[in-house]
Design a protein around this ligand. Structure first.
Ligand SMILES: NC(=O)c1ccc[n+]([C@@H]2O[C@H](COP(=O)([O-])OP(=O)(O)OC[C@H]3O[C@@H](n4cnc5c(N)ncnc54)[C@H](O)[C@@H]3O)[C@@H](O)[C@H]2O)c1
Length: 349
């Protein structure tokens, strides 16, 4: 493929606008169309002087679109994704790939069957600090991983909940936020094989949960804890500490992700590496060093990767089947919390 890649953005809400911004700042692509049924989206497309479609199917049928970025609510991902695949358009599908496993499998299988590239928007995989920690863990810098401890504690402003789907099952912090933690955990530490969880809607009182606590068992025998809430006034969430979107979120780079092994410990996003100088033991001095940090715009990096995927120069770092496994582990949290019993993620081929 030569020349600029023409991209249609379907769904011009919070994250859709971020993708539009990144497209505008990448010379290798061009925004070909915006599709979203709301008058706000029509006005937004007008300000950008970009062709606007109320019905996304008309945007896909333009004939000059090379790829699509799908940023619609979770329950629409299957329908919109299948339509893109039907037009042979490589797509970046926002996470979660779908809101149930059957839909995720259908989407992943459809993309594979016709050879259309499907990248799922678990953007943290493009973060250089995540890459550094992955290399450090896989390189044995902390020995055998024993425990991971992740905090995802934030306060979503009341206006966020004016959109009805965010108050309903599937629109809460488990499928919107925890899924990022689960994907990060799978990416850094390996597959999740068992899940225990408790969830609560006791603070916000919406139909969907506002908080959850999960304990996960990994295939390599390590254990992980994740604390999740969208109703706590705390800095301890990736959104606040990693600085990936400083226009949308405050930035306080305190550690939120802790990885402890037999020979050392690492934290994200600050890249602290803790280890004993000589003899191991809690009576011995433990010292802190830092892995080198590289600042990068992860959404821009994700877009560059997507363009490589569209050109056929790279395989998606997270494709439909991989994302379906992340969804399966996340849905196992929902199941474990609902039944008050341990759940096993349904492994997806
Ligand atoms: N990767 C990330 O960092 C990240 C961040 C936020 C949201 N997301 C994901 O992105 C998706 C959208 O989330 P959001 O917060 O931007 O939601 P949002 O409600 O702000 O935006 C969704 C937009 O999609 C439009 N829409 C609904 N149905 C449509 C259809 N059939 N065709 C075209 N447009 C349609 C809505 O009008 C709205 O403008 C969700 O799947 C969410 O999980 C990802």
């Amino acid at each position: 493929m030569t020349g600029r890649i023409n991209i249609a953005v379907i769904g011009a809400g919070v994250i859709g606008k971020r993708h539009v911004h990144e497209i505008a700042h990448n010379d290798a692509c061009r925004l070909a169309a915006i599709a979203d049924p709301t008058p706000e989206a029509a006005a937004y497309a007008d300000t950008l002087n970009v062709p606007y479609y109320c019905d996304y199917r008309e945007a896909l049928a333009r004939g000059d679109v090379d790829a699509a970025i799908v940023c619609t609510p979770n329950h629409t991902h299957l329908e919109v994704g299948l339509a893109c695949i039907g037009h042979q358009l490589p797509l970046l599908m926002e996470k979660p790939i779908a809101d149930d496993i059957d839909s995720a499998r259908k989407l992943a299988d459809a993309a594979t069957a016709v050879g259309v590239a499907l990248l799922v928007g678990h953007h943290r995989r493009h973060n250089p600090s995540v890459r550094a920690v992955k290399e450090a863990i896989e390189g044995g810098r902390i020995g055998k991983l024993v425990m991971a401890n992740i905090m995802c504690l934030m306060y979503k402003p009341d206006a966020y909940f004016e959109v009805p789907w965010r108050r309903q099952p599937g629109g809460g912090p488990v499928l919107i936020n925890l899924i990022h933690e689960i994907d990060l955990l799978r990416h850094l530490c390996g597959e999740i094989v068992a899940v225990q969880a408790v969830a609560s809607n006791g603070t916000r009182g919406h139909e969907v949960e506002d908080s959850a606590a999960c304990t996960l068992t990994l295939a390599n025998g390590a254990l992980a804890n994740i604390s999740l809430s969208d109703t706590t006034s705390a800095p301890w969430s990736w959104e606040t500490t990693a600085g990936e979107d400083r226009a949308l979120f405050d930035y306080r780079p305190v550690p939120t992700h802790f990885f402890a092994g037999t020979d050392g410990a690492l934290t994200l996003p600050d890249l602290a590496l803790w280890s004993y100088r000589a003899k191991k033991g809690r009576d011995q001095p433990i010292q802190e060093t830092r892995l080198p940090m590289v600042e990068e715009n992860v959404y821009a990096a994700q877009l560059r990767h997507f363009l490589d995927v569209v050109r056929g120069d790279a395989r998606p770092v997270i494709d439909g089947h991989d994302a379906a496994r992340t969804l399966a582990a996340t849905l196992a949290v929902v199941e474990a919390a609902r039944t008050a019993r341990p759940a096993t993620p349904l492994f997806v081929q």
